[in-house]
Design a protein around this ligand. Structure first.
Ligand code: ADP
Ligand code: MG
Length: 255
């Protein structure tokens, strides 16, 4: 039995015209993401990772190609329809966190549930519980400006996890947290949110090992795609990145 893909990209391109120069941020990527799977996206800076996340997250529309979310074709949808889809189906953790600056961590985490019409007491309890899970029990009353980069990331992850969305997009969200915190968050995701489809931009081999599929982007194109074992067997870019990180890890351990 083949699972129906929850997200499908067909020959998706996103071009930007900057002055006279055409930037091909994404240049013909096709991808099928099965429901409940965990996909890791890798690639050097400027390879199109955020562009792709924004397209999947319905925050942007492609120059050409097709995108379906939950079986629905997004091409031709207007702003309102895209916003509805985004609200219903997608939890997004941005590279820049996007926390509201004037309210504390707890209130930030409670915000998306407000729109879902959940009573205040329950929202508060759920938010407190989630902040505790991501290790921010003693930071709930802090404003974003009073939090470190890693703490802001964890706050925005807690917020996204509480949204009742079946798709979770993490754009470079865990790069500022330490390896243990990252492993904790991912273990928690697997245990309590195994039904969620997770797409995550990742750099660490420990994270990537856990992914069902890995996509390596380069200059807006798919360079390699497959399971961890498949990419290792390819003996290409992914394998080289993996070996390099393993070596760095060993050297760091030796002090
Ligand atoms: P990544 O997330 O992999 O670092 P991005 O998706 O942010 O890469 O960017 C891919 C390419 O598209 C880069 O060359 C970037 O400069 C360009 N780009 C991204 N957004 C815009 C924009 N709004 N206008 C023009 N160029 C852009
Ligand atoms: Mg990016």
């Amino acid at each position: 039995m083949t699972q129906k893909p929850v997200i499908q990209l067909i020959d998706v391109r996103r071009y930007y015209l900057v002055g006279d120069y055409l930037v091909k941020a994404l240049d013909g990527v096709s991808l099928s993401i099965p429901k409940g799977s965990f996909t890791a996206i890798m690639g050097p800076s400027g390879s199109g990772k955020s562009t792709m996340m924004n397209l999947i997250g319905c925050l942007d529309t492609p120059t050409s190609g097709y995108i379906t979310i939950g079986g629905e074709m997004t091409n031709g949808m207007n702003e309102t329809e895209l916003a509805y889809l985004r609200n219903e189906k997608i939890g997004f953790v941005f590279q820049q966190f996007n926390l509201l600056g004037k309210i504390n961590a707890l209130e930030n985490v409670m915000t998306p549930m407000t729109y879902a019409g959940i009573p205040h007491k329950e929202r508060r309890e759920r938010a407190e519980e989630m902040l505790e899970k991501v290790g921010l029990k003693d930071r709930m009353k802090h404003l974003p400006s009073e939090l470190s980069g890693g703490q802001k990331q964890r706050t925005s992850i807690a917020r996204a996890l509480l949204k009742k969305a079946s798709i979770l997009i993490l754009d470079d969200s865990l790069s500022a947290v330490d390896t243990d915190t990252e492993d904790n968050i991912l273990a928690n995701l697997k245990k309590h949110h195994s039904d969620k489809t997770v797409i995550m931009i990742a750099h660490r081999v420990s994270t990537i090992r856990n992914a069902d599929h890995i996509l390596v982007l380069d200059k807006g194109e798919t360079l390699e795609y497959g399971t961890f074992d498949e990419l290792m067997a390819l003996n290409g870019t992914f394998k080289a990145m993996y070996d390099k990180q393993q070596l760095e890890k060993q050297l760091a351990m030796q002090g």
